[in-house]
Ligand binder design. Structure first.
Ligand code: MLT
Length: 256
């Protein structure tokens, strides 16, 4: 099995992901919010790239079982029902709802993976479920880090490195990693000793704290707090199975 990783999605040729098994990661905060919404009973998440498209789609869908969620510059989009703090996606708000969802990086990264064979979405909160998904894949795997406006971001890269490190621990010799995958594992070994500290010190972590979302940092850093596997089915993200048994457990790097 070959394992690759993209630090950002800007320059990805979507067709190159055909027949691959892909995990899309967005720690701050799309991957975390999607896992939270689905674990709180949301029916499906409909990722769209633009606000205009979100308004157009929600305009044509009637009834109160549709919500619009997402952000620009970390803040709720005007006229939407939800921003992108995972703490907003409570059972009271999202149970039974479909969410039309647009964010700066995460929803675009999911769209980039639309030609892939199997796609799962997540972050630290559902890492062992993502590991199980990759372990069960009988083909090459690719990690897509959503990044930050097309650029590298620490939190997604360390998360990708942690997942690949766990995959190599459980797959042994079988796993052949690309240079970027090996680089992500090295980042995890350096910065993965305290996930909350790493996220708090990241560029976007500091930005979100600065605009009042410090609670999101702790929530997004909670490894395996949501044993759930959001998957892309057609153009929506939903749960194919109720609960994805965490057959494989991600071990954190032992503090030296
Ligand atoms: C994104 O997708 O760009 C992030 O999730 C942004 C955010 O949550 O602020």
């Amino acid at each position: 099995m070959n394992a690759g990783l993209y630090f950002a999605t800007e320059h990805i040729d979507e067709l190159s992901l055909r027949d691959q098994t892909v995990v899309v990661l967005d720690v701050l905060r799309a991957g975390t919010s999607i896992a939270t919404a689905l674990s709180n009973g949301a029916k499906e998440i409909i990722p769209v790239n633009t606000v205009e498209r979100a308004v157009k789609i929600s305009g044509s869908l009637f009834g109160d079982h549709i919500l619009r969620g997402g952000e620009r510059n970390g803040r709720m989009i005007e006229g939407f029902d939800l921003g992108n703090s995972p703490l907003e996606y409570t059972k009271e708000r999202v149970d039974g709802k479909a969410i039309i969802y647009s964010t700066t990086n995460g929803s675009r990264a999911i769209d980039k993976a639309r030609y892939a064979r199997d796609v799962a979405v997540g972050a630290f909160v559902n890492l062992s479920s993502l590991l199980g998904f990759l372990r069960d894949a009988d083909r090459d795997v690719v990690i897509l880090c959503s990044g930050n406006n097309g650029k590298f971001c620490m939190e997604d890269s360390v998360c990708g490195g942690m997942l690949l490190h766990a995959l190599s621990e459980s797959a042994g010799e079988e796993l052949v990693m690309t240079d970027s995958a090996l680089a992500a594992v090295a980042l995890y070994k350096s910065f993965g000793r305290s996930i909350p500290k790493m996220i708090r010190a990241s560029e976007y972590g500091k930005y979100l704290t600065g605009i009042g979302f410090s609670e999101d940092i702790e929530y997004c850093a909670a490894v395996d707090s949501l044993p759930i596997l959001p998957q892309l089915v057609g153009n929506v993200v939903k749960l194919k199975t109720e609960k994805h048994p965490a057959t494989y457990k991600v071990q954190t790097v032992k503090a030296v």
